[in-house]
Design a protein around this ligand. Structure first.
Ligand SMILES: [Zn+2]
Ligand SMILES: [Zn+2]
Length: 90
């Protein structure tokens, strides 16, 4: 999808391709050339962000808080202080 900006009133309107199109706002005919696109459409989409490895999480059996833990077997819940078994053995 490409668009052209009217040379008289600067209204931007969509066009299907090269050709001559009257401005919908003021009626001025704007010529669209195939090689000279006023605003080139993005040919290359931005790279997708790298999927991050899921962080290990533990859920507290006392308060149901889910929090990120490290590579340890047991951790204290940061909310209520209960011991939470992570279950990740090296
Ligand atoms: Zn116009
Ligand atoms: Zn807790």
């Amino acid at each position: 999808m490409m668009s052209v900006r009217c040379g008289r009133c600067s209204t931007e309107f969509p066009v299907k391709g090269a050709g001559r199109y009257p401005c919908p706002a003021c009626g001025a005919v704007n010529e669209v050339r195939p090689a000279a696109t006023p605003e080139p459409t993005l040919a290359v989409p931005p790279p997708a962000p790298e999927p991050m490895a899921p962080s290990p999480k533990a859920t507290c059996p006392e308060c149901s808080l889910t929090f990120i833990v490290g590579e340890i077997e047991m951790v204290l819940c940061p909310n209520c202080g209960a011991e939470v078994v992570v279950g990740r053995k090296p």
